[in-house]
Design a protein around this ligand. Structure first.
Ligand code: COA
Ligand code: AMP
Length: 637
């Protein structure tokens, strides 16, 4: 029985995608009410959707619940306490630890107890700056237990980015690890944390530090406390009931400027949508093993390493390693085989990295993958070549699906729980029940089938989608709701074909997807423009075989600058690494005499990236001086 055959049999027995989507469309509140019944509420919501204040909306407004209770305690209450909740697999430290639901609750209750002892109450923010270790997951759940709002910051960001997030979220406590481990180097988090606290205007008074054996951090007396000692000595904390609309977390994501957007996720809608997605999108039953090979610093990590698998009573894998090099390109297949993973989720870039090292799939053949049913991809456009390579060697459906930090779960996909498995490589599948996705022209009119336009979602967005930025509803409205009246603008461009498949092709703003990481080229330009010798600059995304896209800087140097070009280039690379972080992957810089602009002075960034990528482009009618395009061509030779 091949996985494809099992899926065909399965499709015949379940409610189809079409029925489900129609059910939702006919009566969205009845659809979501039914899903909400699968969550344990301390106070059941009577109202399902409050749509009385357009363009905003609120799901399950009077409901009360605790997300941590729904992730952990409830399974123990249902006699599943000895089921595995989390498997920590860390090739970089040679460690494997399995936590049952009871054991994960134990760690979580103790961290929650420590936070409570240091004054954290419902609504307080707690910033988490940790590598992929179990204490990071337990810290997130501990915040949820107290009704505190966690703010997880990815380890690949520089102190400056951390400081921006501290100033915006004003955390009462920061929980950090002493270090992260990247292939070939230890990334000391503590000095970066100290620097960020020094840079931030808002002064954090308390930090909990998890000391890793590989690198012990120096603690500052009176401010820093050893997290393990706190866990050992604290009393357990009980779950605190919160309103459905109370924030569970803030997750910062790249915007068009240097100020990241603090996406707010509410407790109620998040729990309902994520629990539903585990079966509907991924086809996973309680007790099965799910692996999202991402990082807890990204939305994929929040939703599918931590919350959704636990809400659904599954076992989640926490993997501290890379697709290749830890130790080889068979790492993913080892984990799948060893821990009986049923479905995995990663970014296409990870498969490209494996394919580069193991083009004939030799490593795949070394492992028994009999339990492995589906490979999910998201985070960037999945190129058909990589999809076909994976399909050939893994012999399971390779399922692309489209989503954003803003939504927290898939806007479109190929629904393992609904039997839709007609995959079109290159497309992200059909709209998820809950999302009315259309392709609009610049006036907000629906475009003819197959024509490229702006992908937009009809309001209200379904449960789990953010409806505000942290303490800035106006910025949310401006960023997402003002382009098209009554629609959420995704900032992705693409088209919808006649069978309803959505093809996400590119961003309409200056965000790039680099190795599955969302980065703002605008933020990079802000950093570069601080360089004393740079008159002006543009950063554009260019194609990269491995990472999908990487940033490339074009700089114009002040006349009369004595410094050698080589020095200036290296300084710009260092500036981005130090101010944004290594994750920006900023290594390519070109010096030009002028930048191409429109007559009103707007830099023609997309024309520049088309030139670099050797893609056809139209010379804009408003261009100021066409000759500059030839100068750019010469400069990149
Ligand atoms: N802490 C500190 N530094 C980090 C980091 C972290 N958590 N994650 C990445 N970095 C650093 C890397 O060490 C690298 O530093 P370097 O410039 O000194 O080499 C830099 O940031 C760039 O990292 P990355 O873009 O990840 O490139 P890479 O060459 O190290 O790895 C891949 C390439 C494809 C293997 C890797 O990006 C990958 O596994 N991607 C999966 C994507 C993913 O999980 N996306 C989440 C959404 S699904
Ligand atoms: P993030 O918020 O980091 O998840 O990034 C969201 C962005 O990643 C989207 O707006 C898209 O540009 C891109 N993206 C996510 N999933 C896909 C996909 N399956 N295909 C194409 N682009 C995607």
């Amino acid at each position: 029985l091949t996985p494809f055959f099992i899926i065909k049999l399965y499709r015949k027995t379940i409610m189809s995608y079409k029925e489900n989507y129609e059910n939702w469309k006919k009566n969205p509140t009845a659809f979501w009410k039914k899903k909400a019944d699968n969550i344990y509420w301390n106070k059941k919501p009577k109202i399902i959707l409050d749509n009385s204040n357009p363009p905003f909306w609120s799901w399950f407004p009077e409901g009360e619940l605790n997300t941590c209770y729904n992730c952990l305690d409830i399974h123990i209450a249902n006699g599943k306490g000895d089921v595995n909740a989390l498997i920590y697999d860390s090739p970089v430290t040679n460690t494997k630890i399995t936590y049952t639901y009871k054991e994960l609750l134990n760690k979580t209750e103790k961290i929650a107890g420590a936070l409570r002892d240091y004054g954290v109450v419902k609504g307080d923010r707690v910033l988490i700056y940790m590598p992929m270790i179990p204490e990071a997951v337990a810290s997130m759940l501990a915040c949820a237990r107290l009704g505190a709002i966690h703010v997880v910051v990815f380890g690949g960001f520089a102190p400056n980015e951390l400081a921006t997030r501290i100033d915006d979220s004003k955390p009462k406590i920061i929980i950090a690890g002493s270090c992260g481990i990247e292939p070939g180097r230890i990334v000391e988090y503590k000095p970066m944390l100290d620097k960020a606290i020094e840079l931030a205007k808002y002064k954090v008074k308390t930090c909990f530090i998890f000391q890793r054996d590989i690198c012990e951090a120096q603690l500052i007396k009176g401010r820093d406390f050893n997290l393990q000692l706190l866990i050992d000595n604290s009393n357990r904390a009980k779950p605190v009931s919160v309103k459905s609309s109370d924030p569970l977390y803030i997750l910062y994501t790249s915007g068009t400027t240097g100020d990241p957007k603090g996406m707010v996720r509410e407790n109620g809608g998040h729990a309902v949508a994520l629990k539903n997605s585990m079966n509907m999108v991924y086809g996973l039953k309680p007790g099965e093993v799910f692996w999202a090979a991402s990082d807890i610093g990204w939305v994929v990590g929040h939703s599918y390493i931590v919350y959704a698998p636990l809400l659904n009573g599954c076992t989640s894998i926490l993997y501290e390693g890379k697709p290749t090099g830890t130790p080889d390109s068979g790492a993913f297949w080892r984990v799948i085989s060893e821990h009986n993973v049923s479905a995995m989720f990663t970014a296409p870039t990870a498969l490209r990295a494996i394919k580069r090292d193991d083009p004939n799939g030799k490593e795949i053949k070394k492992y028994d993958l009999k339990n492995f049913r589906m490979q999910f991809l998201a985070g960037e456009r999945a190129d058909p070549t990589t999809i076909r390579w994976a399909e050939k060697h893994l012999n399971v459906p390779i399922i692309d699906h489209w989503w954003q930090t803003e939504t927290g779960w898939a806007i479109a996909g190929n629904f393992a729980g609904l039997g839709l498995f007609d995959i079109k490589p290159g497309s992200t599948g059909k709209a998820s029940p809950g999302f009315n996705v259309q392709c609009l022209d610049e006036n907000g009119k629906i475009k003819p089938v197959g024509e490229i336009g702006a992908l937009a979602i009809k309001l209200p967005l379904p449960p789990s989608c953010s409806s505000t930025l942290w303490q800035d509803k106006e910025r949310y409205k401006k960023a997402y709701l003002e382009d098209f009246d009554g629609w959420y603008s995704s900032a992705d461009a693409g088209y919808i074909d006649k069978e309803g498949y959505i093809w996400v092709m590119s961003r309409t703003d200056d965000i790039i997807n680099c190795a599955g990481h969302r980065l703002s080229t605008g933020a990079m330009e802000e950093v570069l423009s601080k360089h004393k010798d740079i008159a002006e600059c543009a950063v554009v995304g260019i194609l990269d075989e491995l990472k999908g896209q990487i940033p490339m800087g074009f700089i114009v140097i002040n006349s009369g600058t004595a410094k050698p070009n080589k020095t200036i280039i290296q300084e710009t690379i260092n500036m981005i690494r130090n101010e944004i972080g290594p994750v920006a992957s900023f290594r390519k810089v070109i010096i030009v005499n002028r930048l191409p602009k429109t007559r009103s002075g707007k830099i023609l960034r997309s024309t520049i990236s088309s030139i670099v990528d050797k893609k056809p482009y139209k010379i804009p009618a408003t261009i100021d001086d066409e000759a500059i395009l030839d100068e750019i061509k010469d400069a990149i030779q």
